[in-house]
Write a protein that binds this ligand. Sequence first.
Ligand code: ZN
Length: 134
Amino acid sequence: MRLYVDSFTFKTRGPIDVVDITGRVEGIVRKSKIKNGIAHIFAPHATGIICFTEYEEGLIEDIRNTLERLIPSEGSYAHPSNAHAHLRSLLFSPEKTVPIIDGRLGLGTWQSIVFIETDIYPRTRTVIVNVIGE
Ligand code: ZN
């Protein structure tokens, strides 16, 4: 059993920017030379989400509207300025695990790995990938 750890950073454009990170994760899995195992993908941020979804414009619009409906940006919150951003990333976690099969991510045809910015400003984000297997 081997462990390979790597990370990458990127910039987001502000609230509910949805960034496809599938290619970056794939690149790390390739570099790891691990053929079978798992990739754990983690964003060390209090206002960000990692999830699997189809990366399609209409659906991204639906994600924005759904997050706004579930946890409105305007509300009477106790935390200053970005409570809704924290609450959104509390509902949807900042980590995911993907199987690695024959050196490739075992994602479904329409599954992309995306980072969703929930904070109120553009930010620089980091994603840490742990590849475990043999
Ligand atoms: Zn805060």
